[in-house]
Design a protein around this ligand. Structure first.
Ligand SMILES: C[S@@+](CC[C@H](N)C(=O)[O-])C[C@H]1O[C@@H](n2cnc3c(N)ncnc32)[C@H](O)[C@@H]1O
Length: 280
């Protein structure tokens, strides 16, 4: 596990900066600035990624899933998996896994404050049996769970990413679901654009749409398929939301508020978050 050093940028803190969080240092902001100069939409697409994860987790909770395993979870910046799941199911349980010391200290602070139903696992996502052993202290792996790997698989070559997803999916009960996302740049020479980040923080792989689709292996990718994050069930589905309470007249349940553009009105972009959700 990496030691905490504010002079060295970290994946989690650079990402936190893109999300508008406060848990980042000058080294992280410098590198983030270089990346924005090269790819101005990066802060936009990272937020779109988080919004997608929130919708996908809410979708799984609405399907009756009460357990979530978030591998490479990052800072618990809003919206995070716990908030999205509990907006639908108050007692939802979440296992958060990361290897960044700052992320872990934030997550541990959450549990220290007495937030029940949250399991924090420090470890390398590639050590699947060890991670699942720790996860099982808070999550019942014999019951359906939603496995989230947001913006994690682009740190691994395609073969490693495929094996990793398959290993986690094999440990989950039927009826579980799998939520994946990665950064994607549809432009010649895009790999060179990731060079600064790859040199300073971690190698980033710009997986093709075909590679990303292959991460799901034989699993059934649910409609609308592998798409730009903005296109994944962008419309809230109020009809499927359980009634929780009676609200005063004129007040809209936040879950029903649609804040995202209709897919038909989305401008084409070279940079986007590529996403998909499958049933296990
Ligand atoms: C870009 S952030 C994504 C955060 C969140 N999943 C999201 O999509 O909003 C990637 C996270 O994965 C973590 N990470 C990267 N490689 C990892 C590994 N091998 N094992 C565990 N966590 C890892 C980083 O520390 C970081 O917090």
């Amino acid at each position: 596990m990496a030691e905490f050093d504010p002079r060295v940028p970290s994946i989690a803190r650079v990402y936190d900066y893109f999300l508008g969080g406060k848990d980042n240092f000058a080294a992280d902001r410098d590198l983030a600035g270089q990346m924005i100069a090269m790819a101005p939409l990066v802060p936009v697409i990272t937020r779109e990624n988080r919004q997608f994860l929130a919708r996908a987790v809410a979708w799984a909770a609405n399907q009756g899933t009460g357990q979530f395993i978030d591998v490479g979870c990052g800072m618990p910046t809003t919206p995070n998996t716990l908030e999205s799941a509990r907006a639908v199911t108050a007692g939802a349980r979440v296992a958060y896994i990361d290897n960044d010391p700052v992320v872990l200290s934030h997550l541990n602070a959450l549990t220290a404050k007495g937030c029940a139903g949250v399991t924090v696992v420090a470890g390398d996502a590639r050590e699947v049996p060890a991670i699942l052993g720790s996860v099982s202290t808070g999550i019942d792996l014999s019951a359906p769970a939603c496995l989230v790997m947001g913006y994690l698989l682009h740190f691994f070559p395609a073969g490693t990413a495929r094996d990793l997803v398959a290993a986690y999916a094999a440990a989950l009960a039927p009826g579980s679901s799998l939520v994946l996302s990665a950064i994607h740049v549809d432009r010649q020479g895009a790999e060179e654009g990731f060079d600064d980040y790859s040199t300073s923080v971690a190698r980033v792989y710009n997986h093709s749409v075909e590679e990303f689709t292959s991460f799901f292996g034989p699993l059934e990718v649910l409609p609308p398929g592998v798409v730009d994050a903005r296109q994944w069930r962008a419309r809230a589905e109020p009809a499927h939301l359980p009634q929780r309470e009676v609200l005063p007249p004129g007040v809209i349940d936040a879950r029903q508020q649609r804040t995202w553009a209709e897919p038909a009105h989305l401008p084409q972009r070279e940079e986007y978050s590529i996403v998909g959700v499958a049933r296990i």
